[in-house]
Design a protein around this ligand. Structure first.
Ligand code: FAD
Length: 391
């Protein structure tokens, strides 16, 4: 499967001045461009590559709403609305399929029950062992390890290989929008973005370059402690009976997202996972998977943090994740068709970097690995003036 491509046509810089220049055609930059178009603004998007190839096409395509908490939950809920609107206008796949959380112990189920008590039975729909088994497509006699689970209906799915490219293609067809592919940004100042092809002018500039913020604005990136988080991913052939479009989450997911970790039973759950699967915690695993429209399944992930990512992928880590996914699917093994490494911006200092780096120039980076989830909510908040920036 290839991702949608933009043809390598000659790039011409726009002659005039846009209301907004966006640096970076990942989902964060494109969501801002989309929101700007909705508000009748002219936009120039400047992207160094010929098509989106960053974190926004390498992920699970899971808009993970319910597992967020506090301000991030509000942003995620607003983002869901933006995704549905963008999918309808740009014509990409975005089923409102939710997420399925599989519980394989009483402690795992307790976390889900506590979340249900906090959010309500409509937001967290508890499921029996057989309902989970059916959703996973497991035979009735191969469900002994399942205890139950939950369906989180607010979560949304997209195909990450299609969503950003389709959105970019739709944007490029709108009046007042220019997308400059293959154009590297080398510096930004108020009103002007300096590129490898010459200057691009705009009243406002948004720098949405993810983890590469340290290349353009190293001081701001360092002040926020931005690192690169590297993740091992694989695409596998799915067992034929596995047909749900819901994202499938497991115990390690419950140790990762704030919505789950705030539950009292998350503490004993960590002890339990440490006791039976220490190796998963050693690679900071979040064992989860999502099905693409062609029936193949994206499986991940592990997390390794460094300022510059290590280029070598450890086969043991990938094998570990594949083994776990196969266990949840109830099959002996899964056949891999692709492997890749994903990289996103991460920081221990907070989930978002929002900095006004010069008058009319804002840098915006999601530093918590949930940029797909938040993108359209962030864009709405930016234009509503609701995002607090650090000067
Ligand atoms: C394996 C993996 C799984 C994930 N799973 C999920 C998930 O299920 N749900 C979720 O919510 N999030 C998930 N994430 C996180 C999410 O993908 C990211 O947070 C999000 O895609 C970040 O979007 P972005 O636009 O900031 O970055 P990117 O998609 O990386 O885009 C940044 C763009 O800026 C461009 N750029 C950089 N420097 C320059 C320059 N100097 N000039 C011009 N262009 C430049 C790059 O080429 C790139 O296209 C996952 C991430 C990974 C890697």
């Amino acid at each position: 499967m290839s991702i949608a491509t933009a043809p390598p046509v000659p790039v011409e810089l726009p002659g005039g001045r846009s209301d907004l220049v966006v640096v970076g055609a990942g989902i964060v930059g494109l969501a801002h461009a989309f929101e700007a178009v909705r508000r009748g603004l002219s936009v120039t998007v400047v992207e160094r590559d010929r098509r989106p190839v960053g974190a926004s096409v390498r992920n699970f395509g899971h808009c993970c709403v319910t597992a967020q908490r506090g301000e991030l939950l509000d942003l995620a809920a607003a983002s869901r609305t933006g995704w549905v609107d963008a999918a309808a206008r740009a014509g990409f796949w975005a089923p409102e399929a939710g997420a399925l959380v599989v519980a394989r112990s009483a402690t795992e189920l307790a976390v889900l029950e506590e979340l249900r008590d906090e959010r309500g039975a409509d937001a967290v729909r508890l499921r029996t062992r057989d309902e989970i088994g059916d959703a996973l497509g497991r035979p009735a006699d191969a469900r002994d390890d399942l205890v139950g689970g939950a369906h989180l209906p607010a979560d949304l799915r997209v195909n990450p290989r299609e969503a950003a490219p389709r959105l970019a293609a739709w944007l490029a067809r709108q009046p007042g929008v220019d997308i400059l592919w293959g154009t590297n940004v080398v510096g930004v100042e108020s009103g002007t973005v300096h590129t490898s092809r010459g200057p691009v002018h705009g009243d406002q500039v948004l720098v949405c370059v993810g983890h590469d913020l340290d290349r353009l604005h190293p001081v701001e990136a360092e002040a926020h402690g931005i690192e690169r988080c590297r993740l091992s991913m694989a695409r596998v052939e799915a067992p034929p009976a596995f047909r749900t479009d819901a994202a499938v989450l497991t115990a390690t997911s419950m140790l990762r997202y704030d919505g789950f970790t705030a539950m009292p039973s998350a503490v004993p759950l960590r002890a339990e996972v440490t006791a039976h699967s220490r190796e998963l915690l050693d690679v900071v695993a979040n064992v989860m998977f999502t099905r693409l429209p062609d029936g193949t399944v994206l499986v991940g992930d592990s997390h390794a943090y460094d300022a510059t990512e290590i280029p070598f992928q450890d086969e043991g880590t990938t094998e570990l994740l594949l083994r776990e996914a196969a266990r949840v699917l109830g099959v002996p093994r899964v056949r891999v068709t692709e492997r890749w490494q994903g990289v996103y911006a991460s920081s221990g200092r907070g989930p978002l970097l929002v900095r006004d780096v010069a008058p009319g120039v804002r840098a915006l980076s999601v530093t918590s690995g949930i940029g797909m989830t938040l993108s359209f909510g962030l864009a709405a908040a930016t234009f509503e003036g609701a995002l607090r920036a650090t000067a």
